[in-house]
Design a protein around this ligand. Structure first.
Ligand code: FAD
Length: 498
């Protein structure tokens, strides 16, 4: 069965949905192909044991690691992609992230565009995700054309007390920019939202935000359960002419004028590599040999700050962060990263991450702890890459800049102790935590060293775009989703002009 459209988008995550939203008003016939289905509301949606211990929502698709061994990555395939589970932290990259700068173990190359060029697109992304925050609190907040439209999610009393203790310890807590309607979220059940699936409208994710708006236009269609296996070009190799996909067990084709791939940083690279043909023997959009390279994934650590003398009575907890070490470590001068609250840690969540702990101890620690998520920049390296070998995805992640991350852990531990948390436990995440994957099809001006232009268009194939986390040329040290959305909305405007 052959179908046609004006624009085909592969993937309905943050990147694909934001692109569809950006183009919806153009009137062009847009078809989004999504391999997953809608995430339905069932009792498991707010059951921490089902989510964290039993892996109820986990895919069974394995990737192969550097050591040649298969592993189950924390990658989700639903309408809305990984954002169905995200913490809804919608940071802009800091202004300093766009310029080259030295790091403890190397350097970050900067971007081909400035923060100021992306600013209007950040504003549009914040609008569609209804981001709430307060730009006056964070000394690293980049310049903005206007304030956040909605006030921050309020601290619960237990967390207001922690904010106060941290201020007294000398750091500057600032409300997180969040795409959360807290009343709506809590109406379903009294839990946090970080890593919990969004089955209603409480979290504004790719599906409930930009995709919903795009689908309100009759020219936009979503096909679920449609897994794209390859893109085909014309015999000259200059244009993509069709996407081939499997739906309901049968192979189908759809032709279009424009194709955008937004399958997530790993799956996008894999799809374009698998689409190799006689005119593109190394994969589509890969004349530079950069496709799949520069894979980054952030260095991240969970930190539990325990106060044995007072219980954490909060429900959702994740309302603030501090960026005191983001741009500069006071001792070495190097950028270290971001420290933000995790969602409330329960005994079941702790037990899932530390199975060796006896249940009573996990419950006790969870009752008295405050969970933090520490993020440091992973630097681009062409040898850190995604490959397809014998049809299987190989994730050869060479993490970098760990000395900066270890320094961030030390500095944060000192802050926590000063704030009255005598016990501080940490666990650094490894390759299975692929949540902040990016960089496999980086944008740039030079076709020799990048895969797509700053408008996310392939340097090699004029009607092929990549609009997801793949295009990020650096990972910075803040959560990526808003930057992915801003770039995709910007790409939509470029497609509309063409
Ligand atoms: C638990 C968790 C918490 C997170 N918290 C935050 C946070 O607070 N803030 C933040 O900024 N980021 C957060 N992230 C990261 C954020 O969710 C991702 O950076 C973002 O969602 C990536 O969007 P994407 O469009 O690049 O890809 P994806 O989300 O991976 O979307 C790609 C979509 O394409 C589909 N697809 C893939 N291949 C194909 C194919 N061949 N054919 C058809 N469809 C295909 C997939 O099913 C998926 O729906 C979190 C992630 C996780 C897992």
């Amino acid at each position: 069965m052959d179908q046609t459209a004006d624009i085909v988008i592969v993937g309905s995550g943050i990147g694909g949905s934001s692109l569809a939203y950006s183009l919806a008003k153009s009137g062009r016939r847009i078809v989004i192909l999504e391999r997953g289905t809608h995430l339905r509301d069932t009792p498991e949606a707010r059951d921490d044991a089902a989510i964290f211990q039993k892996g109820f929502y986990r895919s069974t698709e394995e990737w192969v690691g550097t050591d040649g061994k298969p592993f189950l990555p924390g990658n989700y395939y639903y309408v809305g992609g990984n954002s169905k589970f995200y913490g809804a932290v919608m940071y802009r990259y800091r202004r300093e992230d766009f310029a080259p700068r030295p790091h403890m173990d190397g350097s970050s190359p900067g971007w081909p565009i400035s923060y100021e060029e992306l600013e209007p697109w950040y504003t549009r992304a914040e609008e569609v995700f209804k981001v709430r925050g307060d730009a006056s609190q964070d000394p690293t907040e980049p310049p903005r054309t206007g304030p956040y439209r909605f006030p921050p999610v309020p601290d619960e009393p237990a967390m207001a007390a922690v904010r106060n203790r941290l201020s007294k310890a000398g750091v500057h807590p600032s409300s997180l920019p969040l795409a959360i309607d807290i009343d709506e979220w809590l109406r379903r059940a009294q839990t946090g939202w970080d890593a919990f699936p969004n089955t209603g409208a409480g979290k504004i994710d790719a599906e409930t935000g930009p995709l919903a708006q795009a689908l309100s236009h009759s020219n936009v269609t979503l096909l679920t359960g449609a897994s794209v296996t390859r893109l085909e070009t014309d015999p000259s190799g200059q244009r993509v002419i069709a996407a081939v996909f499997i739906k309901d067990g049968t192979e189908q084709r759809i032709s279009a004028d424009v194709f955008a791939v937004a399958g997530g940083a790993v799956q996008t690279a894999a799809l374009l590599l698998r689409s190799a043909n006689a005119t593109h023997p190394n994969g589509l959009a890969n004349a530079s040999d950069q496709l799949g390279r520069n894979f980054m994934n952030h260095n991240t650590t969970a930190m539990l700050a325990v106060d044995p003398f007072s219980a954490n009575t909060s429900v959702y907890q994740k309302t603030f962060a501090f960026n005191d070490f983001y741009n500069q470590d006071p001792a070495t001068g190097f950028p270290l990263g971001n420290v933000q609250l995790l969602g409330h840690i329960t005994g079941n969540i702790l037990k899932a991450n530390a199975p060796m702990l006896p249940r009573w101890l996990a419950t006790l620690i969870a009752r008295n702890c405050y969970g933090w998520f520490l993020t440091s920049e992973d630097l681009p390296n062409p040898e850190s890459r995604v490959l397809v070998r014998d049809g299987r995805i190989v994730m050869h992640w060479m993490r970098s800049n760990m000395r900066a991350h270890e320094t961030l852990i030390r500095r944060t531990r000192t802050v926590m102790r000063k704030a009255g948390f005598p016990i501080v436990l940490t666990r650094t995440f490894g390759r299975k935590t692929t949540s902040h994957q990016c960089g496999t099809a980086r944008l740039g001006n030079d076709p020799a060293t990048s895969v797509v232009s700053p408008d996310c268009r392939s340097h090699d194939i004029a009607n092929l775009y990549v609009t997801d986390a793949s295009v990020l040329p650096t990972s910075a040290a803040v959560n990526p989703a808003l930057t992915i959305a801003a770039l995709a909305i910007k790409a939509g405007a470029a497609i509309d002009r063409s």
